[in-house]
Design a protein around this ligand. Structure first.
Ligand SMILES: Nc1ncnc2c1ncn2[C@@H]1O[C@H](COP(=O)(O)OP(=O)(O)O[C@H]2O[C@H](CO)[C@@H](O)[C@H](O)[C@H]2O)[C@@H](O)[C@H]1O
Length: 468
């Protein structure tokens, strides 16, 4: 079985958020299961030119109205045997930011058209698409009458790639394929993928159900519920080789379930690094894109009450200025309690996962969420809103000492405060706290199980193919 996994982000080559983590790890595990899998991504301007070798191949668009030619580069996914192909066009890749191109819509469309050609030329059986940026591949494959099948994975329904009519004209999408993807004068790239892909998946079972409702469907609930028999939720995993508290060189001290005490060394070093006083207060980490999805307005609502609790907060994130400002001001007003690092820093992220006591993720919606999984792997207890993948991975610590975290259901700031207080109560009983930390560390969030689920899905897609 030959699979082409297509993504705009692949860790460690280019990363903005969780999509990169998935694309940089799932293919490795599928390869171990015997799938012949290659990655395909744009050669973003931010990527070091020396990491890949230029091949003598070029691949051109076939449908988009202004023909675009891409040079094909080749590399290996670091620490693996997985091939990565990168498509480069100097004019289209004109920004150091992954999503900063002057014409991102046209870039994504041209990349998708060329990617469809690449998949056909190389004879892949399945093309695995990820999010709106690659969703048009399903349409272009259909227009090529290609044999290969498609799976579209939704990592975040809120980003859909919606563009004006001129993009529909530019796209070269045939009239017969336009019906559902052109609405109210706009073309919707993600919807095109939802209509034309053979199978659909999203990154947790709960989110798969939620997105069929008006509350979470972001306007696409109808097509998603119509296609529910083709839609599955497969929980993301994390890379257990790359993220291992026993070996992680970014930590000051390594630790394991049997040696949780060493985690304290990381805490005090982290406090020093970010300029917080060394105290026994609970150190809460928050690592996130600072956007509405992540429930940060709940923090804003209770910030004064929060500052009265025996806690310190270390925030690492970039995003909307209203949230960056909120944390900047909190740090200014409470320098002993809040450290805000408004930057993108993978090294600091690991130090926070390793050194914090708790990890805060009060998301409004969360397709899967990786932050809480990294946190648990490093013995950092999650406090979450039970939605999407957070509901599938975090379970309330109870009087029988079962459970790996704390949370709340209603999207309500007081409920968040209540969850934090529950966590603090346990935190100040060190023997009990060790139990919840151990429970969190004992979870298996590796790709082991989920990769097998993807493999079964690939097989199912090909069975459909053979029957046809
Ligand atoms: N400033 C910063 N510095 C360093 N690292 C930072 C950072 N800001 C964020 N990160 C890292 O980016 C990743 C975020 O992943 P998440 O899955 O938690 O959310 P995201 O919304 O990006 O992903 C979307 O896609 C993923 C993958 O499917 C889904 O899990 C998720 O629910 C969905 O919203 C984590 O690895 C985190 O450590």
């Amino acid at each position: 079985m030959k699979v082409l996994f297509v993504s705009y982000e692949v860790y460690p080559i280019a990363k903005v958020g969780g999509l990169a983590d998935v694309a940089g790890s799932l293919p490795k595990y599928l390869k171990e299961l015997g799938v012949e899998i290659d990655l395909l991504m744009p050669f973003h301007k931010s990527i070091d030119k020396n990491m890949a070798i230029k091949t003598d191949e070029n691949i051109s668009t076939r449908f988009v109205k202004r023909e675009v030619s891409f040079e094909v580069y080749r590399a290996k996914l670091p620490k693996s045997d997985v091939n990565v192909f990168l498509l480069y066009n100097e004019r289209l890749m004109d920004s150091k930011e992954i999503y900063g191109a002057s014409n991102l819509g046209f870039q994504a469309m041209s990349f998708s058209d060329a990617a469809a050609g690449f998949a056909v030329d190389k004879g892949y059986d399945i093309v695995h698409l990820n999010d709106w940026q690659t969703a048009l591949i399903a349409v272009y494959l259909k227009q090529r009458e290609a044999k290969c099948k498609t799976l579209l994975s939704i990592h975040n329904l809120a980003y859909q790639g919606v563009y004006g009519k001129e993009y529909l004209d530019l796209s070269g999408i045939e009239k017969s394929n336009r019906n559902e993807i052109f609405e109210a004068g706009k073309i919707n790239f993600l919807k095109a993928g939802l209509v034309f892909s053979d199978k659909l998946s999203t990154v947790s079972p709960t989110y798969a159900k939620e997105i069929q409702t008006k509350e979470y469907g972001a306007g696409l609930e109808d097509i998603l519920s119509r296609r529910r028999s083709d839609l599955v939720g497969i929980l993301n995993g994390i890379d257990y080789y790359e993220y291992d508290p026993e070996r992680d060189e970014r930590l000051w001290a390594n630790f394991s379930q049997d040696n949780i005490e060493s985690k304290k060394i990381n805490k005090s070093n982290l406090q020093q690094l970010v300029g917080l006083p060394k105290k026994d207060d609970a150190l809460i980490g928050l690592i996130s894109r600072l956007v509405d999805q992540k429930g940060l307005d709940l923090i804003e609502d209770i910030k004064d009450e929060l500052m009265k609790l025996p806690i310190q907060i270390v925030v690492l994130g970039t995003g909307e200025s209203k949230y960056e400002d909120m944390f900047r001001i909190l740090q200014k007003n409470y320098p002993e309690k809040v450290a805000a690092r408004l930057t993108f820093d993978l090294d600091l992220a690991q130090k926070i996962y390793g050194g914090a006591d708790m990890f805060l993720m009060p998301s409004r919606y969360e397709p899967c969420g990786l932050g809480q999984m990294f946190a648990m792997r490093y013995g950092t207890v999650p406090i979450v809103r039970y939605t999407g993948g957070l509901a599938d991975t975090v379970h309330e610590f109870d009087p029988e000492n079962n459970g790996n975290g704390f949370g709340f259901v209603d999207y309500d700031a007081k409920k968040l405060l209540g969850a934090l207080k529950k966590a603090l109560k346990v935190y100040f009983q060190p023997e009990l706290w060790k139990k919840v930390v151990r429970n969190a560390m004992r979870q298996d969030f590796s790709w082991r199980v989920s990769a097998i689920n993807y493999l079964s899905l690939y097989k199912k897609i090909l069975e459909v193919n053979n029957d046809a």
